[in-house]
Ligand binder design. Structure first.
Ligand SMILES: [Zn+2]
Length: 405
């Protein structure tokens, strides 16, 4: 939301959300309002249950100024559905995570089951805090989303979800505003609000999970593109690979690297005997995952080191193109495979920097996500909060809260 389009109430709420509690006098400075104007506004907002006044800030020569804080009753629900996981958080009005739960899940089980499970998790979290009633929910799903319509659009990893009305179904269930976006976009938002990209306004968030996607932040806002699929970099062709991708084409980045590809290559390396360690784990457990490649690599397995280095090179080649094109100040690498270890990031860094123009990389930092598995839920809560602020002046009686979840 552009700050200049916000109403006075919304601006004041955003100031508190992004800076923490502030003295009344300072709010007036930020909003170019007189002390009495701010005072009237704050009293009205206190009546709506949006803010509280308490404490005294040191005097700046005049009367001491009381501190304005967001109401402790403001909460948001953030949900991050990945291809293989569900994460849910309750945040306070400042978007600090108050409660968090995560569990494994297969998004291919379809929207009824997955959303039902997400709401069960949310219900459990709110039950631990009686009185917590979220005023908005943000949710991310692992595929292209029509942000306007609140549903996925032909998501390749999510059979059964195409055009499923996620927003409307959750709204009917909870009775509070619902905002739906792509999972990578919410992770980028989370890092911007609370993580390593705080203060950055042009950056990329690359998620390397089961698939690979990229959140694009331009002047502090998500760039979604004409159809909502901007940043779908997993299907950029890289190298001369002929590996068939689930999108139907061959040679996509995601077909050769990512959780799915790495698990497949781990199985091949175990069966061919290229990695005796993986062969032993396969005998013990009956299957292998991308995480096993990370563990074997940490144990010094040369084949697994090679798989991770190759993957880093493929990602780096795509990133170099993006860096030359977009000139970000920062590239954040997140998602499950960001935990594969130092080797992956080192390879991504060296290829990206060697293949980009010196000017584009002179101030570029390539870093690992700071919020990790909470980046998505924080970004989802931020979306919910932005949505709430955009209607803050309409809610004359104060925010509508969720019934029991
Ligand atoms: Zn593809």
């Amino acid at each position: 939301l552009d700050s200049h389009r916000r109403s006075g109430t919304a601006k004041l709420l955003a100031l508190l959300r992004d800076n923490g509690p502030l003295p009344m006098a300072e709010l007036g400075d930020h909003l170019s309002m007189s002390r009495s104007q701010v005072g009237q506004r704050v009293v009205a907002m206190e009546g709506q249950g949006l803010v509280t006044r308490g404490g005294r800030a040191p005097s700046r020569g005049g009367r001491p100024s009381s501190i304005v804080a967001l109401s402790p009753d403001l909460h948001y629900l953030g949900v991050d559905i990945g291809a293989t996981s569900i994460a849910v958080a309750i945040t306070n009005g400042y978007l600090d995570v108050v409660e968090f739960a995560e569990e494994e899940a297969d998004v291919r089980n379809g929207p009824e089951l997955i959303l039902g499970r997400a709401m069960q998790l949310a219900g459990k979290l709110t039950a631990e805090h009686p009185g917590v009633r979220p005023i908005g929910i943000g949710i991310g799903v692992p595929g292209p989303v029509s942000f306007r319509d609140g549903h996925p659009v032909a998501p390749p990893l999510m059979p059964g979800w195409d055009a499923y009305p996620v927003r409307d179904v959750l709204f009917q269930r909870l009775g509070i505003p619902v905002t739906v976006d792509n999972d990578v976009n919410i992770m980028a938002l989370g890092e911007m609000q609370k993580g390593v990209a705080n203060g950055a306004s042009n950056f990329l968030f690359v998620k390397v999970g089961t698939g690979i996607g990229c959140g694009i932040v331009v002047r502090g806002a998500i760039h979604r593109g004409a159809n909502g699929c901007a940043g779908d970099i997993g299907h950029i062709r890289v190298g001369n690979s002929t590996t068939l991708c689930h999108c139907g084409r061959a040679g996509c980045l995601e077909a050769d690297f990512g959780g799915e590809a790495l698990a497949r290559e781990a199985m091949a390396a175990a069966r061919s005997g290229a990695s005796p360690l993986l062969a032993e784990w396969l005998r013990q457990n009956g299957t292998l995952s991308a995480a096993d490649v990370g563990r074997a690599s940490a144990a010094g397995d040369r084949t697994c080191n090679g798989l991770i280095r190759n993957g880093g090179q493929l990602v780096g080649q795509v990133l170099a193109g993006l860096v030359n094109f977009f000139n970000p100040s920062m590239v954040i690498v997140g998602g499950g495979l960001a935990n594969l270890g130092h080797l992956l990031l080192a390879e991504i860094r060296s290829v990206t920097i060697n293949r980009s123009t010196p000017l584009a990389t002179s101030e570029l930092s390539i870093v690992v996500s700071e919020l990790g598995n909470q980046a998505g839920v924080v970004g989802a809560a931020l979306m919910a909060s932005d949505r709430f602020l955009s209607q803050a002046d309409v809610a004359g009686d104060g925010p509508r809260t969720a019934g029991s979840i």
